[in-house]
Design a protein. Structure first.
Lengths: 258, 395
């Protein structure tokens, strides 16, 4: 029994060291990790073991930064914003500039915020939280619903009923568990107004991740991701990334039910 | 998270094997999870483990309460129904063991005769499953996680249907692309034949989906189906589409035109009894004739007025049978106008057997084949006649 547990620690410890390795990009440390032996690990203190097994102590426990590169974002046209005149003042920090009247997002900033969001998603999935994909654009309904199904989570890519979060007992005929995370593939509805889910999730203390385009307001969103929300290729990429992050989170999940 | 606080660990008994693998060693002594074996509480609990024990999510709890109440209610109703059936059988002097639902209906009709028009308003005794609508089963598991991916839309079955339609549409597009790429463009696919059926109404769809729809949602669904069935290769999904169609009721029965009869000399003839106001006419039109018209054993001059004679001749003229058939008519009752009208109708109805379908349709459109239902309007009290009023005095 102890040996099997120790083996588990070896795995965890090795990962711990490789994680630090990826943070610092130090090749020597990685080599050290590989040369650690079982008996050395068994000497590690109890408190350190507990440190190792807590995912929250790591900046990227699930390795979500490996899911995409900036080139993938560029290929999916995520850097395309709307026209100059439609810029929301709150989005100014995320804009790289404009070209021929069209705004361009700063993909470095987008990449950083996307990593944060994916990491958060993976942690929520790891803890068995309910994740709801929300989108109101009819063009992307199928993409979003498929991604949610593949991830084993939930989707609402249809016309939004105002009472879903705030009056859920009436809507679902009884007490229901509300989502623990709302991922908005687009923060605007077809009438170019802010999607009700943004406000309602904030009211119900549900964290949100949202793809904010240059004409949207990121203020109420917990983890905004500045980027294009209109191209089918962009939405497909986001869906794939979130799905993969969720699956990563679930794969690491210990067999406990929350 | 506040929401996660509600949830707790599933009873540890089920997961004992797994737990013991992780937690039985002295190194791991996180006491927040209560196992069957006593675990000492030293060592801090990991952040994500709950300190509450063995409770269900609030959602599940509330659902279980409601389900229990409903189940008990249905059980009670079923019990009453079965006892009631036995009582009825005794009352009617029949065997309680073999008392069917039809027997129950008959007994109720006998014992509780009702003069009410609508059958749904009359007393009835049916199995509770037929009276109380079916409810959806638990939509989420013990932890409150819904089973259906589209649960939060509040109409998962409806939106699943829409989703499936979109998926099938894409499949048909891919099929079409394949056919085109193989170069079989000229081959026209068999068309989906939807004549004689209509889309099932909103109520039926609600019963199938067990969800109520708004009118807009129903219209949207039908529009999607229409668009789907207009795809050139929609015949592949015929079975799926026909599930949502119902056959139209039989068309209004077209009046059968009677066959011509033959008399002793072999000439074809047709008879008809026609009415107009209170006059009755028996008309016989004989083919292979020369245009002889006989009314009450006199010729057409039975009618003195020009307009009455015209009425008689009009159907023959219209169907181009003026000199080709003989007419023998007897008429009595009412006045000349009614009598000529009756004979006219009689001639028209008999001529149907002599002419082709197109002419019959033309005659119908001309109004020759319609019975004239106008009768004399009665006189009303307080008035001089049916419509005529007495002199109106201002003061």
């Amino acid at each position: 029994m102890i040996r099997t547990i120790a083996n588990r620690f070896k795995w965890n410890a090795a990962r711990y060291f490789t994680q630090t390795c990826s943070i610092n990009s130090d090749a020597s440390l990685c080599q050290n990790a590989a040369s650690l032996k079982v008996d050395q690990l068994a000497d590690i203190k109890e408190s350190e073991l507990k440190e190792i097994s807590d995912p929250l102590k790591f900046p990227d426990y699930f390795g979500v930064r490996k899911l995409f590169r900036i080139k993938d974002l560029f290929d999916a046209r995520i850097h395309y914003g709307h026209k100059d005149g439609t810029l929301d003042p709150n989005m100014k920090p995320y804009i790289f500039g404009s070209r021929l009247g069209h705004l361009i997002f700063d993909l470095d900033k987008t990449a950083e915020m996307l990593q944060d969001a994916l990491n958060f998603t993976a942690h929520i999935a790891y803890r068995g939280g309910i994740i709801l994909f929300v989108s109101h654009c009819p063009q992307h309904t199928l993409t979003v619903e498929n991604a949610a199904k593949q991830a084993g989570e939930y989707a609402h890519a249809r016309e939004w009923d105002f009472h879903i979060f705030t009056n859920s007992e009436k809507v679902y005929n009884g007490v229901t568990r509300l989502p623990d995370l709302v991922i908005l593939l687009s923060t605007l509805n077809p009438q170019m107004q802010e999607h009700t889910a943004v406000k309602d999730a904030a009211k119900m203390c549900i964290p949100t991740i949202g793809i904010v385009d240059s004409n949207s307001n990121p203020n109420l969103i917990t983890y905004p991701i500045p980027g294009n929300d209109d191209s089918p290729a962009a939405v497909q990429l986001y869906c794939n990334l979130f799905r993969d992050a969720i699956l990563l989170g679930k794969s690491k999940k210990p067999m406990e039910v929350y | 998270m506040a929401v996660l606080r509600e949830l707790v660990v599933f009873p540890s008994k089920c997961f004992r094997g797994v737990r013991s693998y992780f937690f039985s060693a002295p190194l791991f002594q996180n006491g927040s999870l209560k196992l069957n074996e006593s675990v000492s509480k030293d060592g801090h609990a990991l952040d994500f483990e709950q300190s509450d024990t063995k409770k269900m999510s609030k959602a599940m709890k509330s659902y279980m309460e409601r389900a229990k109440i409903h189940d008990n209610f249905i059980k009670q109703q079923l019990h009453e129904y079965n006892i009631g059936k036995r009582h009825l059988a005794n009352m009617m002097g029949k065997d309680p063991e073999f008392f069917t639902q039809t027997d129950v209906d008959e007994a109720i009709r006998y014992l509780f005769p009702s003069g009410l028009f609508d059958p749904r308003a009359r007393p009835m005794m049916k199995h509770p499953d037929e009276i109380y609508p079916k409810r959806k089963a638990a939509e989420f598991d013990v932890n409150g996680r819904p089973y259906h991916s589209l649960f939060y839309t509040s109409k998962p079955n409806y939106y699943t249907l829409m989703h499936d339609l979109a998926v099938k549409f894409k499949q048909l597009d891919r099929h079409e692309d394949k056919i085109i790429s193989r170069g079989i463009q000229n081959q026209k696919p068999t068309e989906l034949f939807l004549f004689g059926s209509e889309w099932i109404p909103k109520q039926k769809i609600e019963n199938v989906l067990l969800e109520s729809l708004t009118d807009a949602q129903y219209v949207n669904l039908i529009k999607t189906f229409e668009r789907f069935s207009q795809h050139p290769y929609s015949v592949i999904e015929k079975d799926f589409i026909m599930q949502f169609r119902r056959q139209l009721a039989a068309q209004v029965e077209i009046q059968q035109v009677p066959e011509l009869m033959r008399d002793e000399s072999g000439r074809p003839y047709m008879t008809y009894n026609a009415r107009r106001k209170t006059s009755n006419a028996t008309v016989k039109v004989i083919g292979q004739g020369t245009g002889v018209i006989s009314i009450n054993e006199t010729d057409i001059h039975f009618f003195q007025r020009e307009q009455d004679k015209k009425q008689i001749i009009f159907p023959l003229q219209f169907s181009d049978m003026l000199g080709k058939v003989d007419v023998v008519a007897t008429v009595d009752g009412c006045g000349t106008s009614a009598q000529s009208g009756a004979i006219r109708l009689g001639i028209s109805m008999c001529l149907r057997s002599f002419v082709n379908a197109e002419t019959i349709e033309r005659m119908r459109l001309a109004g020759l084949l319609s019975f004239d239902p106008r009768t004399r309007e009665r006189k009303k009290p307080g008035q001089a006649g049916a419509r005529k009023k007495f002199t109106w005095k201002k003061r």
